[in-house]
Design a protein around this ligand. Structure first.
Ligand SMILES: [Fe+2]
Ligand SMILES: [Fe+2]
Length: 443
């Protein structure tokens, strides 16, 4: 932890830099000196942490959770937060003096919100409420995993589980998807090799709710979509685990067993109280495929529920992007390319199009090689300019992992050392399995 004195001096110098800018021109010693000193103090603070957080809460400035008292108030700093309508600013280690000076020059005397939240890869504005939202999202995710676990163990023990908990957590998930879709989609990158079924159920729920919302499902139907997704594979509980976890190709007989899980699931859900017909239908139909060539077999003019068609897209995407005993995981883009070939066969073409558009050409979590030679992970896709997402650099050109985070917002056209615009050269899949992608996104 930095000392209060260090924090105070840093804030003092920053406030003075901003104040003096309103009286003196850039380059004047009264401006240049405090900028220099504030940068020196910043470097001192970076000895303790790779990220410095400055927050403004009801007129009090906090640095790294330490309130920095003042008799005169830090009016000039407080003004920045007011104008930005944010209450937190993160400064990342690695920022150079020029960037710091440039930031202060741009922000001094700001009267309207003329700066982007992601000012550079080293400075980002947040709101504490957003941070709380992220924590809440994580809590809801964990809750959902626990609830699926309970339901599945109840079924394993031959009991009939209650639907109330599932429906309650789905309500929260719907709420979170409507408030912060990107954070929820980021959480769907949490994969588990051992507890596949629990995490798969929750991830498919997030993806289905996000796609459902994109396709204008609302109210009760959206909730039913979520409940169905949470419970869609419940029939797998009745299959011999040796078949479910078999690394090799299934024999014909084993495959016949596997194909029963939608019907078994339907039967189980039918016994549960409080589930609607849509939920049951989706569990039954999730492997039917768009052209009805899947299972269970049905008459040729059968009409699956649209929610089943949404689920089958999300189900396939999550399964393909997860490492399994019988398959290496596919990189998000690779999975989408494969799925595109199945449009009109396995998947409803318009829903699939909407799904790909929702995830972007570089979906969150995609590992990319940059023109600088560095490797990064897409943390925030950019729907208005899909090839310019925000990328978190995780390793340098020699493949060494970076100790402190570094971000490129490619829509800001950052330049490399040769003054060339930094772009994504290609996606990387070989190292995909060694990296816990969601941890990079969650930061
Ligand atoms: Fe399934
Ligand atoms: Fe599934």
């Amino acid at each position: 932890m930095p000392t209060l004195k260090d924090c105070e001096q840093f804030i003092q110098q920053l406030n003075t830099s901003l104040k003096n800018f309103s009286f003196y021109p850039k380059g004047h010693p009264y401006v240049a000196q405090p900028i220099k000193r504030s940068f020196e103090m910043l470097e001192l603070l970076f000895k303790e942490s790779s990220e410095i957080n400055i927050s403004s809460v009801e007129g009090i400035i906090w640095v790294q959770n330490i309130p920095v008292p003042s008799e005169t108030m830090w009016d000039f700093i407080i003004n920045i937060f007011k104008v930005k309508k944010k209450d937190n600013m993160k400064i990342m280690k690695g920022i150079g003096f020029k960037e710091w000076e440039n930031f202060i020059t741009r922000i001094a005397g700001l009267k309207e919100e003329a700066l982007d939240d992601q000012f550079s890869e080293f400075i980002v504005f947040h709101s504490i409420e957003d941070e709380d939202l992220k924590l809440k999202a994580r809590k809801v995710y964990n809750q959902a995993v626990d609830i699926v676990k309970n339901v599945i163990s109840e079924v394993r023990m031959g009991r009939i589980p209650k639907a109330d908990d599932v429906k309650a957590v789905v309500d929260n998930m719907v709420d979170m998807v409507l408030k912060d879709k990107q954070t929820m989609l980021g959480l769907s990158l949490i994969k588990s090799y051992d507890d596949y079924l629990f995490y798969h159920s929750v991830n498919v729920t997030i993806l289905s709710l996000a796609l459902g919302e994109t396709l204008n499902l609302k109210g009760e139907l959206l909730k039913e979509m979520g409940t169905a997704a949470m419970l869609h594979d419940i029939g797998k509980v009745s299959i011999d685990p040796k078949i479910v976890l078999k690394p090799d190709k299934l024999s014909d007989e084993e495959w016949e067993q596997m194909k029963k899980h939608p019907v078994t699931g339907y039967e189980t859900l039918k016994k549960m109280e409080g589930l609607s017909e849509v939920v049951l239908k989706v569990a039954l139909e999730h492997h039917m495929k768009y052209n009805l060539s899947g299972y269970p077999e049905v008459v040729k003019d059968y009409k699956p529920h649209p929610a089943s068609m949404i689920l089958s897209i999300c189900d396939c995407y999550d399964a393909m992007t997860t490492h399994r005993v019988y398959q290496r995981c596919h990189e998000p883009r690779e999975a989408l390319e494969f799925m595109t070939k199945m449009a009109g066969i396995s998947f409803e073409p318009n829903y699939l199009k909407a799904f790909i558009k929702m995830l972007g050409i570089y979906p969150q979590g995609t590992m990319v090689k940059l023109s600088t030679g560095e490797t990064g992970i897409v943390t925030t896709p950019n729907p208005s300019s899909p090839d310019e997402p925000i990328v978190k650099v995780i390793s340098d050109i020699f493949g060494n992992r970076l100790e402190s985070p570094k971000f490129y917002n490619l829509s800001k056209k950052p330049l490399d050392e040769k003054n060339q615009k930094i772009i994504i050269v290609n996606t990387v899949s070989s190292t995909w399995q060694d990296i816990e992608v969601h941890e990079h996104i969650a930061e």
